[in-house]
Design a protein around this ligand. Structure first.
Ligand code: AMP
Ligand code: MN
Ligand code: MN
Ligand code: MN
Length: 277
């Protein structure tokens, strides 16, 4: 069976490998159809496409856009985008804007919590100066021994109510979906199980997404637990959503699930790629 992975990060956002190295790693994990979906940035797509061709994988141009919805951060993946679309490129640039100032404020809070020089420490991990991410702070806090894993960092720092949490306003859902669709792409609600919504708020998110032309959610993702694969398979059936699948790979050994271990989509779902080839 064709192995499809439609959610991955390179060092163009908060992954550690260059796009070509992600392609090679995905191929080693048995991937046949691969999307590069860096946060708020399409600058790796050219290299990703070339590397995929070299590896003998089909390539899907993608992006993962940061959205603020109901005062929470929601991620919307765009698949099969034209990465040169002007409105998309401009919208992503506007969305990236403010990450550096946020990073300085994160560092200021960490300093007050007794962790100095976090800005400089995080920047060492950055591959794209426009894309300073909380993940880079997390890697630095691991480096200096504050925490044993990035997930421990996110439990103790950088999240609501913890030192280093700086609220940030990203794109609107309407803008993100509009940019993706305007660039010929398919919008996908990324890892719906990761948001702090109850079923009512989650339903409102899905309804608004459908109203904007959204038809797809991620079901099997490295950012879901196996229980959530089943939960969101059921929700996809109920709403009539197509289903997407991807590791949400950031770094070897850092993911919950490696490329060769992520299960296929549960039965009875329409894969988002059903009519692509
Ligand atoms: P940012 O866009 O700078 O707010 O960073 C968001 C990124 O942080 C996500 O894309 C994940 O890669 C990472 N992240 C967020 N929450 C967690 C978590 N609980 N554990 C590990 N990584 C996380
Ligand atoms: Mn990330
Ligand atoms: Mn995400
Ligand atoms: Mn992601």
């Amino acid at each position: 069976m064709m192995k499809v992975d439609l959610h991955c990060h390179s060092n163009v956002s908060d992954g550690v490998l260059a796009p070509a190295a992600v392609a090679a790693y995905a191929r080693k994990g048995g991937v046949d159809v691969w999307a590069l979906t860096d946060h708020d940035e399409v600058k790796g797509i050219g290299a990703g496409r070339a590397a995929a061709a070299q590896q003998g994988m089909r390539f899907v141009a993608g992006v993962e856009i940061s959205v603020t919805w109901a005062n929470e951060t929601v991620h919307v993946v765009g698949l099969q985008i034209d990465e040169n679309n002007a409105a998309l490129v401009q919208g992503l640039a506007a969305t990236r804007n403010g990450r550096d100032a946020r990073g300085r404020e994160i560092a200021r809070q960490l300093e007050q919590a007794g962790i100095p020089n976090a800005y400089e420490g995080a920047v060492k991990y950055v591959g794209n100066p426009d894309l300073l991410s909380r993940t880079h702070f997390a890697r630095y806090l691991c480096e200096i021994g504050m925490c044993a894993s990035t997930s421990e960092v996110f439990r103790k720092y950088l999240t609501e109510g913890k030192p280093g949490y700086v609220p940030h306003r990203w794109a609107t859902l309407a803008d993100a979906v509009g940019w993706i669709r305007g660039a010929g792409g398919i919008p996908v609600i990324a890892h719906p199980g990761r948001y702090p919504f109850d079923r009512t708020a989650e339903g409102a998110l899905f309804d608004e997404f459908i109203g904007l032309g959204g038809k797809t959610i991620e079901v099997v993702t490295g950012s879901h637990t196996p229980d959530q694969y089943a939960t969101y398979a059921e929700i996809a059936r109920r709403y009539g959503f197509m289903a997407s699948r991807g590791t949400d790979f950031h770094a070897p050994g850092e993911a919950r699930v490696e490329f060769d271990k992520l299960p296929p989509l549960p039965a009875g779902l329409t894969p988002v790629w059903h009519d692509w080839f």
